[in-house]
Unconditional design. Structure first.
Length: 239
């Protein structure tokens, strides 16, 4: 590693550099009023139920996206780094998550079979679908994958910090994404993304095709954050 990539790795990697650069939108996605309302106990339960039904639809789409990332990892990396295991572990988590959504929906009286995706959800799912294409680079896809998981991890972990008023009946929801194991999984995804982004940055220095990949990864990362904000807005009923 050398030049720009080395510099960035020294500061914590390409991703942290981008998060500093796009800090406001990152805060917007991870400290959204919907999350802050859970955290201070003022959440409106009809918003919560709306989020639950919509997120179930999103997660089903996300499973397909995860499968596409797994295929890219298998094709594009020699897997000496164990990328496919990390992604497969994430998919096992999604399998549990779907069962959990069904259980939670029946607990809250949300009828999943009658839930229709709202506009923000449709747009987010369409965005994911566009990234499932084999033309999309593994580096771009894994950066997006990390970002989607990391927003939930950061958001819900915030509700579990000491001195918060998260209602007891929502603690389990927050645990789902806010627990340490999920945090470590996100860290593993971030390491993979940083490794590939730094490689793309090195390729740039030696005049290969890294530039597009780096630019596209940054653009799509910002799009994820925007979609996440819209998703929370939709749940709160402000979109
Ligand atoms: C909208 C949304 N973003 C991220 C996640 C994390 O998996 C999720 N379940 N839903």
């Amino acid at each position: 590693m050398e030049g720009k990539a080395k510099e960035e790795a020294g500061k914590g990697g390409v991703i942290d550099t981008w998060l500093r650069k796009h800090r406001l939108i990152y805060i917007g996605a991870t400290r959204h009023p919907f999350i802050l309302a859970i955290r201070d106990g003022t959440v409106n339960y009809s918003s919560f139920k709306k989020w639950l039904g919509q997120d179930y639809i999103f997660v089903r789409e996300f499973v397909a996206f995860a499968a596409s990332v797994l295929i890219k990892a298998w094709k594009e990396s020699d897997d000496s780094e164990g990328d496919t295991e990390v992604i497969l572990g994430g998919m096992a988590g999604l399998h549990d998550e779907i069962a959990w959504f069904k259980k939670e929906a029946s607990k809250w009286g949300v009828e999943l079979s009658e839930t229709v995706p709202q506009k923000a959800n449709q747009l987010y799912c369409r965005f994911l679908e566009s990234l499932m294409s084999p033309e999309v680079d593994y580096t771009v896809a894994i950066t997006v994958f990390w970002a989607i998981e990391a927003v939930y991890q950061e958001s819900f972990a915030h509700c579990l910090e000491p001195d918060t008023n998260t209602p007891p009946e929502l603690q389990e929801v927050c645990q789902r994404w806010g627990n340490d194991g999920f945090g470590q999984y996100c860290h593993s995804l971030k390491k993979i993304a940083n490794r590939l982004l730094e490689k793309a940055s090195d390729d740039l220095i030696v005049g290969k095709a890294g530039d597009d990949v780096l630019k596209k990864a940054e653009v799509e990362l910002i799009r994820v954050l925007e979609h996440e904000v819209e998703f929370w807005n939709m749940s709160r009923g402000t979109a």
